[in-house]
Design a protein around this ligand. Structure first.
Ligand SMILES: *Cc1c(COP(=O)(O)O)cnc(C)c1O
Length: 341
């Protein structure tokens, strides 16, 4: 029985075509800046997102960290969502390694930060306060897409107050495919953008930070200091280039599978599903008799992440290029079986 792994879109295996591209890639030593494949990727992603320069980094976490450290000095702060990766899921790196204080704000139900909350959080220039320097948004957030009008308004507000803007666009291409616009339409409103190749795009490793050339030079120094200088990294950059060529438009398939899963689950008694906008499905499942739903799914060859609260399990399923409709239908069947047990 093959496993249906819906824990994350990071679990994908490189495809045959991607492996061939990696194998064939010309390589150099990127610490000497002479890996042609890394250089090609950096030029490609910068121009795709309408920015001057890009930096290839091992992870999205490092990309966001070097961005924050390049925008902010010690004693500055960044405004960020409570559930944002750059605040909640990166080990507090900006504070620990950057001496940059987060100012977290509660999200609205659609994942946005209310403009009034952002404005109220911007500190006056007064010795009591950290210097508010940066607004960091995330798209998609929990699979939710930031609408273009919101992006325009929030980044305009930040600029009015002299703040820089960073987008954690780990899944920016999912948002772009959902909106039916090029990713650069969103990216143009931000000073810097981080994108992940290792999520829905299906590459094994890597992210990029894009932005103005001078800032990317500062980020390069931080990357070195953080241990992120990689040598024949073109092996990995080749996979990312392949993903940009072949795996963007197909994200629509992942979104369709998420819809299929959501509809299948919504028909089951005791299940409440958020209508997924992209490739992430959250479902609350009544846990009859305290049953271990995640464990039951695993026994059925379906992997998901979930947490038990009260008498419900909140499950998260993420679709990606190694899942198909049959796997989704098996997932629905396994949840149904658990509920009728
Ligand atoms: C996965 C993710 C990251 C970090 O990526 P890693 O490569 O796992 O460090 C950052 N932001 C968001 C929104 C993510 O989903």
């Amino acid at each position: 029985m093959n496993i249906v792994d819906l824990r994350s879109d990071t679990v994908t295996q490189p495809t045959e075509g991607m492996r061939a591209a990696m194998f064939a890639a010309p390589l150099g030593d990127d610490v000497f800046a002479d890996d042609p494949t890394v250089n090609a990727l950096q030029e490609r992603i910068a121009s795709m997102l309408g920015k001057e320069a890009a930096l290839f980094v091992p992870s999205g976490t490092q990309s966001n960290l070097v961005a924050i450290m390049s925008h902010c000095q010690r004693g500055d702060e960044y405004i960020v969502g409570q559930m944002a990766h750059t605040y909640r899921w990166e080990g507090g790196g900006a504070a620990v390694l950057g001496s940059v204080q987060p100012q977290p704000l509660t999200h609205q139900p659609d994942g946005t930060l209310a403009l009034a909350d952002i404005e109220a959080a911007i500190k006056p220039d007064d010795a009591h306060f950290a210097r508010t320097r940066l607004l960091t948004l995330e798209n998609t957030l929990g699979g939710k897409v930031l609408q273009m009008a919101y992006v325009e308004a929030a980044t305009a507000l930040a600029r009015e107050h002299g703040l820089a803007t960073h987008l954690d666009g780990a899944r920016l291409f999912n948002a772009a495919v959902k909106l039916g616009v090029p990713a650069r339409d969103t990216a143009q409103h931000f000073d810097t953008v981080s994108v992940c190749f290792s999520k829905g795009l299906g590459a094994p490793v890597g992210s990029a930070l894009v932005g103005p050339r001078a800032l990317i030079q500062r980020a390069h120094r931080w990357r070195k200091m953080l241990g992120g200088g990689m040598r024949q990294a073109g092996l990995l950059a080749a996979a990312a280039l392949y993903a940009l060529d072949h795996h963007i438009d197909r994200l629509a398939d992942d979104h369709a599978l998420a819809q299929r899963l959501a509809h299948g689950l919504a028909n089951l008694p005791g299940v409440t599903v958020d209508n997924p906008q992209t490739n992430i499905v959250f479902a609350d499942v009544r846990a009859e008799g305290g049953g271990d739903l995640v464990g039951h799914l695993k026994a059925c060859g379906v992997l998901a992440t979930g947490s038990l609260y009260g008498r419900s399990s909140r499950l998260r399923f993420v679709t990606h290029l190694d899942v198909d409709a049959a796997g989704i239908d098996r997932t629905v069947a396994a949840v149904r079986e658990h509920l009728s047990a």
